[in-house]
Structure formats: structure tokens, C-alpha cells
Design a protein around this ligand. Structure first.
Ligand code: COA
Length: 277
């Protein structure tokens, strides 16, 4: 039950953006039990913390994340089923559920190696950007296993069948450009530009209404799991929830300032309506 390592995850907050860094560079940021426990804690804290409006997840050093810690998770816990189960649940929960339904926008900034279980981090985030130099791989088959835990479902959620099965079955690596081409990330940039590009998107999101952003996420993510009728009903209820949370400001300010000639929402956000809007 112990948490043997510390500072396996670090957080810095700047200009309303929280950068969460997987911090085991000597182990290529492989996800140890301690890292999973720390990540779950960090996400819980940042969820309610008010100075940050956007989360960026990245890795320390040359790697984004080398997947599950193959030794500490699969080997060391082999004869301890209850502890294996506990860590497995937490590991799955933060990547597959907490991130997916996180109330703030989340961005994966893939700075380097991204293997196996790390695919679930990337898929769980709303947006993802990679360094062109980053190396991706579903390496499980290379050690005679398969994309287990939440990874197979992450692949099924996001990738086209041919791409998912090709990379899962061959274990071949691919680079950032290919990750963008198959839609696993939004775009790839030279590593030297990655942070600047990601922070520009993060700043753009930080300017938007946070309740509207949360509704964007919920509307999309829950619709995936619903019938069309249920999704339409959910969207109508969401709209009423948003109206209540914002005190109707989407109508009074958002639409009102457009009708008042202060800005054009087709061409930019409400912040363009000016400070007195
Ligand atoms: N689990 C546990 N330890 C890992 C790890 C993982 N997933 N990935 C890397 N490490 C450790 C290595 O054991 C090594 O530890 P050591 O210095 O104590 O010997 C250290 O990280 C550096 O790894 P190394 O292989 O020397 O670095 P590299 O830069 O040459 O290669 C990788 C990096 C990521 C390509 C290589 O480590 C690798 O193939 N890792 C396994 C990736 C994988 O299959 N992930 C899927 C897990 S679901």
C-alpha cells in the first residue's frame, strides 16, 4: 500500500495553464504504481483549483511516456493480486475516465517516446500535439502481449480499424507526422516549436468561457455513448444547465454583443467584444 517514490509528477501553473509533467526521465517516464497514485492526486487537486483553466500533460526529458512500468507493475506485483488490482483500477481510472470527463480542457503534448499504455493518456485528452521527432508504438506484441487495460478501447475509440490493428499487430513504430496523419494527434511540429504551439492553443482555450468548454466536451463525449434521441434530449438539458451556470450570459453577452455590433463570433471569441462588453 506504500507510495515509494515521490515527485513522479510535477505541476507548474503559468498564465492559467497547468503543465503536468510525468517525471521519471531516467525510466523514460514509465508509469510506476507511485506515478499512477500521484497522477490521480494531481488531477483531483487541479480539478478544483481555480488559477488554471487548461491542463497540458507532457513528459520530462526525451520521453513522453514509455507506457506501464513493466517491472514495477507486471513483474513486482505478479504475486500480489490485491495490490495489482488496486493499482490497475487507479491506472485505468485516471487515464480512461478522469481525463475523458475532466471539466477543464486537456492537451497531451507528446515530446518524445509514446508507447503502449501512454496511448490511453493521449486518447483520454481532448487534444494532442506531438513533436515530429516523437516515436510512437504499440510495443506490447513485441513482448508477446497485447494492448491491455484501457489501451485496446482507446484504439477502438480513436483510430481507424486498419491503423489500430496494423500498429497493434506489428508493434512497428511511427513518428509524429504519421500520428497526425492517422488522427491520433491533432498536429505535429518540430520539437523546438512544440511547446510554443501547444501553449498558443492552451491560451486560446483559456480565453473561452469555461462552462461552454465543459459543455462542448460533455456534448461530444456523452453523445458517443447514446442513441440519437437520448443525445438530443441530453443536449437540450445541457443547454439549460449552461444557461443556469452562466446566468444566461451566452444569450445576453454572447449573442447580445454580436447583435450590438461589438464582434463577429464567426471570426473569434467574445473577448474580441472588448473590456466593456
Ligand atoms: N517499464 C519499465 N522500465 C522502463 C520502461 C518501461 N516501460 N521503459 C524504459 N524503462 C527503463 C529501462 O529499463 C532502463 O532502466 P535502467 O536504466 O534502470 O536499466 C531505463 O528506463 C532507460 O531505458 P533504455 O531502454 O535504456 O532507454 P532507451 O532510450 O535506449 O530506450 C525505450 C527507450 C522506451 C525505447 C525502451 O526503454 C523500451 O523499449 N521500453 C519499453 C517500452 C514498452 O514496451 N512500453 C509498453 C509498456 S505498456
Amino acid at each position: 500500500m506504500s507510495k515509494s517514490e515521490s515527485d513522479t509528477v510535477t505541476v507548474s501553473i503559468e498564465n492559467a495553464v497547468a503543465t503536468v509533467t510525468l517525471n521519471r526521465p531516467a525510466k523514460r517516464n514509465a508509469m510506476s504504481p507511485s506515478l499512477h497514485l500521484e497522477m490521480a492526486e494531481v488531477l483531483e487537486k487541479l480539478r478544483y483549483e481555480t488559477t488554471s483553466r487548461v491542463l497540458v500533460i507532457t513528459g520530462a526529458g526525451e520521453s513522453f511516456c514509455a507506457g506501464m512500468d513493466l517491472k514495477q507493475f507486471f513483474v513486482d506485483l505478479k504475486d500480489n493480486p490485491p495490490e495489482f488490482d488496486r493499482i490497475f483500477r487507479i491506472a485505468t481510472e485516471w487515464r480512461f475516465r478522469t481525463l475523458r470527463y475532466y471539466p477543464k480542457p486537456t492537451i497531451a503534448m507528446v515530446n518524445g517516446y509514446c508507447f503502449g499504455g501512454a496511448f490511453s493518456i493521449v486518447e483520454g485528452c481532448d487534444l494532442a500535439f506531438a513533436a515530429k521527432e516523437a516515436t510512437f508504438g504499440l510495443s506490447e506484441v513485441n513482448f508477446k502481449h497485447f494492448p491491455g487495460g484501457s489501451v485496446s478501447k482507446s484504439l477502438a475509440n480513436l483510430l481507424r480499424p486498419r491503423d489500430a490493428l496494423f500498429y497493434a499487430m506489428t508493434g512497428r513504430t511511427f513518428k509524429g507526422d504519421r500520428a497526425a496523419e492517422i488522427g491520433f494527434v491533432n498536429a505535429a511540429y518540430p520539437l523546438a516549436d512544440l511547446k510554443k504551439e501547444v501553449m498558443a492553443v492552451a491560451q486560446e482555450l483559456a480565453q473561452k468561457d469555461p462552462d461552454a468548454l465543459a459543455a462542448c466536451k460533455d456534448g461530444y463525449r456523452f453523445s458517443l455513448e447514446m442513441s440519437a434521441e437520448a443525445a438530443l434530449n441530453f443536449a437540450a438539458a445541457k443547454s439549460d444547465q449552461l444557461t443556469l451556470r452562466q446566468k444566461d450570459s451566452w444569450r445576453s453577452e454572447g449573442i447580445g454583443d454580436f447583435l450590438g455590433g461589438k464582434y463577429r463570433p464567426g471570426l473569434g471569441g467574445h473577448e474580441k467584444a472588448g473590456p466593456n462588453a
